[in-house]
Design a protein around this ligand. Structure first.
Ligand code: NDP
Ligand code: HSE
Length: 439
């Protein structure tokens, strides 16, 4: 059988990684795919840089639409990143009847519904294993491996950059800016690293997993997003003393609210018991914990970013698409696991309705009765306290009071925090970090 022809858009970290792994393992990959997979044309901005990667035998162009409109190309691999240009390129590739592989979670979180509908109409596949958790085959697991299950929740460390930053800060005491620079040099960070730090990249990935796990449309605009930029070193330390690690966690789960069934979709720093496997995921590693009714808990772990780990997923998609290229479109696995006409519209619940536990740090003047005031406010709101820690951060006059609560609705804790902040002994804002036992 003739090799399948691939056009590559973007020869950066992942593009170059994909080209190199495909070259290195081409014989092994051909034996698996049933035919050769050849990158015959690439688009890049810096043509010399691209030529240095792909060599003389591959056509290099500065115009990505030349790739997408080339009738000889069977599969387009989009590794440029961003929203608008990739959206136009991917929709054009689909309109031209080409299959698409992309690692672009931003694109799919925002335009996935449109792109999957266009692909469905045209009978082509859009594959995106690399878009979530880099080299970890979590899309395959959620969409195919767990297909027998009713999935209850998906919780994951799905941004390598922030996990790397948190690990290096905790283990080596390095400062935020230094570690971020290292993450950029190692090729982990997004072109705009605020996407990593502010939790946007994790929310893109979580949105995609949520759609696949629950059979709902991708709804990035409904995700609650809080990053790690406001996290303080002393909270990481106090959490440690209480037996927890702080991770940037993406959580999506079925939940019951006062108005019926809903789905939580949220990314924020989270205390996790240090004894949990997922709490010990360090550096740029990713891990996703899935709770499902038949299989129970399963954990997926591996490199979440970087050239070759991500290339591993891009090429897995290329092999899948190659194997299925000649199959009737209706026999292929649906993009979001559920048949397109079987998606549901269960609502994403507003943050005020979610239920979780909390770490609260209140900075107070060391006055008689302050602890009693705090506990009374929480008791009045129906919030019970699990643990209390009292610390003197550097001076003898003021105190950090740290309280861990049992589960309550977010709106209850919001109301309690508002009252606490009016106490005369309380200095500044209350620090609130959500806590998940993941049991
Ligand atoms: P890079 O910035 O390293 O690479 C992007 C490439 O696209 C660059 O080589 C750039 O060219 C090229 N490019 C930009 N604009 C154009 C254009 N108009 N025409 C042609 N080429 C263009 O990004 P990454 O490889 O890190 O990321 C690519 C995608 O993969 C993103 O969607 C990212 O979110 C995703 N991803 C990245 C991971 C990682 O670990 N890095 C992991 C998982 C997903 P030039 O070099 O000339 O500027
Ligand atoms: N910037 C992303 C991360 C790349 O750090 O996880 C992988 O998607």
């Amino acid at each position: 059988m003739k090799p399948i022809k691939v056009g590559l858009l973007g020869v950066g970290t992942v593009g170059a990684g994909t080209f190199n792994v495909l070259q290195r393992n081409q014989e092994e990959i051909r034996r698996r795919a049933g035919r050769g997979i050849e990158i015959t044309m690439v688009a890049a901005r810096n043509l010399d840089k691209a030529r240095a990667v792909v060599g003389a035998g591959v056509e290099v162009t500065g115009d990505p639409f030349a790739v997408v409109n080339n009738p000889d190309i069977d599969i387009v691999v989009e590794l440029i990143g961003g929203y608008e240009l990739p959206r136009s390129l991917v929709l054009q590739a689909i309109a031209n009847g080409k299959h698409v592989v992309t690692a672009n979670k931003a694109l799919l979180a925002l335009h996935g519904n449109e792109i999957f509908a266009a692909a469905q109409d045209k009978g082509v596949t859009v594959a995106f294993e690399a878009a979530v958790a880099g080299g970890v085959p979590i899309i395959k697991a959620l969409r195919e491996g767990l297909t027998a299950n009713r999935i209850a929740s998906v919780a994951g460390i799905i941004n390598g950059t922030t996990n790397f930053i948190l690990s290096e800060m905790r283990e080596k005491g390095l400062d935020f800016a230094t570690v971020l620079k290292q993450a950029q040099e190692l090729g982990y960070a997004e072109a705009d690293p605020t996407f990593d730090i502010e939790g946007v990249d994790a929310a893109h990935k979580l949105t995609i997993m949520s759609a696949i796990a629950f059979g709902i449309p991708v709804q990035f605009d409904k995700a609650y997003i809080e990053g790690i930029s406001q996290l303080q070193a002393r909270d990481i330390r106090y959490a440690e003393q209480l037996g927890y690690r702080i991770k940037l966690l993406g959580i999506t789960r079925r939940t019951q609210t006062e108005s019926g069934e809903g789905i939580e979709l949220r990314v924020h720093p989270t205390l996790i018991p240090a004894s949990r496997l997922i709490a010990n995921v360090e550096g740029a590693m990713n891990a996703v914990l899935v709770q499902a009714d038949a299989v129970g808990a399963s954990l997926y772990y591996g490199k979440g970013a970087g050239a070759e780990p991500t290339a591993s997923s891009v090429i897995a998609d290329l092999v899948d698409v190659t194997r299925l290229a000649t199959v009737d479109p209706y026999c292929r696995v649906p993009h979001l696991a559920f048949q397109p006409n079987q998606m549901t519209d269960v609502a994403i619940v507003p943050m005020a309705e979610i239920t979780t536990s909390y770490y609260l740090r209140v900075y107070v003047k060391d006055q008689l009765g302050v602890m009693a005031d705090l506990t009374r406010i929480l008791a009045d709101a129906g919030i019970s306290i699990d643990a209390v820690l009292q610390k003197e951060p550097g001076n003898q006059v003021n105190l950090d009071i740290i309280m861990l609560t049992h589960q309550t609705r977010e709106k209850n804790i919001d109301a309690a925090i508002a009252k606490i902040e009016t106490l005369p002994a309380v200095i500044g804002k209350v620090t609130r970090i959500r806590l998940e036992t993941l049991s």
